[in-house]
Design a protein around this ligand. Structure first.
Ligand code: GTP
Ligand code: MG
Length: 357
């Protein structure tokens, strides 16, 4: 129903918000899929415990932070609570053998990676038309914490935050700019870009900065630090949902249009670092300029074309895999998206289809 006083821009934005909700809802995982994944986690945990009785297998990444799409991969992390335990490399090798014998998974082990992992794949079947892909990592406690941080951000304003993040994940996959192995950005990187935008760019902000809020009670350094990283953040979500009301009432569509415009035009890729903990930082102050010292410029050593600070591992650039070409492509896609949405075709649904084609 069209409101007689609405301008065509207001109409377009209202339609686009509705289309975004409808689009995202049909891509959420079904109850069935979530139940199957939980069964798989339990099965794998039972098997790992035959090797390490004091171990737990926990879900992280999108299956645990509320940003999961249908058929997304499972990220699992194995924690071992005993003192006297196998090395991660040995455990990966033993677990790989065991899973190969006892399950139908295709198994690949990477015992000597920075974080040793076991990669599992299950072939599609009638009950599971897309199969399952799953990575098991070990002792990756920071990943569990950053998952919890993203989940808390998602829960403060579920409608706006989740809709934008889920849409961007689909869009970046369809536009083929979501593969760190090929020089573009991981899903984790895109989620951090959204949170950075909602906390630090939007004024008034859509989200509070959970890492800078005062704690409710005094906390000790032991409680807040993990491997030398400060992992504290305000996580009393029930309280936050009562107390935090953003003064910004922009709709999902307005925010998405502005997100694309900001990363197409305003973000300072050459000098800036997006930090959800601290706001906009300078590459210089982090020592993240590209390193041309020693004379010849070597593109394979390039790590800092695009800089996104990890919320806890402050010396870690989440976008370190983005190459010169990758960044060029990503920025081109932000520009294209901003253009498609600013041209406002008659129907929002047409804009969405064009955006993701
Ligand atoms: P999809 O798999 O595309 O659904 O997205 P996802 O939300 O699971 O993101 P992704 O697979 O990129 O990352 C999964 C989790 O791994 C993230 O939530 C982080 O906890 C962790 N992670 C991924 N990439 C990095 C990284 O570069 N640095 C760190 N510290 N953690 C990462
Ligand atoms: Mg994942």
């Amino acid at each position: 129903q069209q409101h007689p006083r609405q301008t065509s821009k207001q109409r377009f934005v209202a339609d686009l918000s509705q289309c975004l909700f409808d689009f995202v809802i049909q891509l959420l995982p079904t109850q069935d899929e979530m139940a199957v994944k939980e069964d798989v986690r339990k099965l794998l945990e039972r098997l790992i415990r035959t090797i390490e009785p004091d171990s737990r297998l926990l879900s992280f990444g999108s299956t645990a932070n509320g940003f999961s799409l249908r058929n997304s991969d499972m990220d699992l992390c194995c924690l071992i609570d005993s003192e006297d335990k196998l090395s991660a490399a040995d455990l990966v090798t033993m677990l790989g053998d065991l899973l190969e014998r006892e399950t139908k998974f295709h198994v690949k082990t990477l015992p000597h990676a920075r974080i040793p992992i076991v990669k599992l794949n299950l072939d599609p079947s009638p009950g599971l038309p897309h199969g399952i892909a799953c990575d098991i990592g070990f002792e990756n406690r920071l990943a569990l914490e950053n998952t919890r941080l993203l989940m808390c951000y998602a829960m403060i304003d579920p409608t706006r935050v989740r809709t934008i993040v889920l849409f961007l994940k689909v869009w970046s996959k369809r536009r083929k700019i979501n593969s760190p192995y090929k020089g573009t950005l991981s899903s984790y990187g895109y989620v951090l870009l959204v949170i950075y935008f909602l906390v630090h760019v939007k004024n008034p902000p859509i989200l509070p900065n959970l890492q800078q809020m005062p704690p409710l009670r005094p906390i000790t350094k032991e409680e807040t630090h993990l491997n030398g990283h400060n992992i504290w953040f305000f996580d009393d979500i029930d309280l936050l949902r009562q107390r935090w009301v953003s003064e910004n009432s922009e709709s999902v569509a307005e925010l998405l249009i502005d997100f694309f415009r900001y990363y197409a035009r305003d973000f300072q890729y050459n000098t800036g670092v997006a930090s959800i903990r601290s706001g906009l930082l300078k590459k210089e102050e982090k020592g993240w300029q590209n390193d041309y010292s020693g004379g010849r410029y070597d593109p394979s050593r390039e790590r800092n074309r695009f800089c996104i600070e990890d919320p806890f591992e402050l010396d870690y650039n989440v976008a370190r895999c983005v190459t010169k070409d990758g960044l060029y492509t990503i920025r081109g896609e932000f520009m294209r998206a901003a253009r498609v949405l600013s041209q406002r075709p008659d129907r929002a649904i047409v804009a969405l289809a064009e955006l993701c084609e």
